[in-house]
Design a protein around this ligand. Structure first.
Ligand code: 6PG
Length: 240
């Protein structure tokens, strides 16, 4: 486990952004292009702004989402909208390389469309899973990641690519990649900041394996290539 703590959210975001750029360079040097899936919420904003000012050549990068809220792309809760404002627009990211989850559609239709787009882009055979070059994950104070919340029946589904999920506690639908499509990535990273995440971080890293209780464990315990970028207050209860 590659674990890094930082004195501020800004420093964690910058280190995470540099890590992403280096992994993208490696992927492009190897395959000619790179496929990355990013999460939403608030923590990524600083990191997205760092990427936007990096002057990286995005023409060979394909951008996917780990999850999306079941809302239109202009909605204030849209992960796409946040990424568009903080990253895509200021970076002049090529829209032909943006693979948005269509949150404006019925959740099951959006999920099916997204799965089809991933299968087509990666040229997957039936039942085959994608291998993203990099997946960026956050973590909630309840140890959720992606839109895999505590008690989610699909938490240990390693066969399917993505699904529409109703999140009881939020009374909201989401579309999310499932563990199988995340854990198969060449590189996975968690970017986490804020004291409110400290207990979740400790439990995910140190508690017994109970992914129904600590969903992020389903990734941290099944993938070899996980790198943690953790702001110090979020790391304060972990003894890593
Ligand atoms: C989402 C994210 C989600 C996020 C965590 C942490 O759609 O909300 O994909 O998994 O990473 O909820 O969110 P914050 O960074 O806002 O704390």
């Amino acid at each position: 486990m590659h674990w890094h703590t930082y004195g501020s959210a800004e420093k964690a975001a910058e280190a995470c952004g540099n890590h992403i750029l280096r992994r993208l360079e490696e992927a492009i040097a190897g395959d000619g292009d790179a496929n990355i899936a990013v999460s939403g919420g608030s923590t990524p904003q600083l990191m997205f702004r760092f990427l936007a000012q990096s002057r990286f050549n995005w023409n060979h990068v394909h951008l996917f989402w780990v999850d999306e809220r079941a809302v239109p792309p202009a909605h204030e809760d849209s992960n796409y909208r946040m990424a568009e404002e903080c990253f895509l627009q200021p970076a002049h990211f090529p829209h032909r390389n943006v693979h948005r989850i269509q949150g404006e559609l019925a959740p099951d239709v959006a999920a099916a469309r997204y799965v089809e787009e991933i299968r087509s882009h990666f040229g997957l055979a039936p039942g085959e899973l994608p291998h993203f070059d990099l997946v960026h994950l956050g973590m909630g104070a309840d140890a959720h990641t992606a839109s895999l919340f505590p008690g989610e029946p699909l938490i240990d589904n390693f066969d399917r690519i993505a699904a529409a999920i109703y999140v009881e506690k939020l009374e909201r639908w989401r579309v999310t990649l499932l563990p199988g499509a995340i854990a198969t990535a060449k590189h996975i990273l968690f970017l986490i900041a804020g004291e409110d995440k400290a207990e979740a971080v400790r439990n995910v890293v140190e508690a017994r394996y109970e992914p129904s209780k600590y969903p992020a464990q389903v990734i941290s315990h099944h993938s070899r290539h996980v790198t943690w970028f953790v702001e110090q207050s979020a790391a304060s209860l972990a003894s890593v």
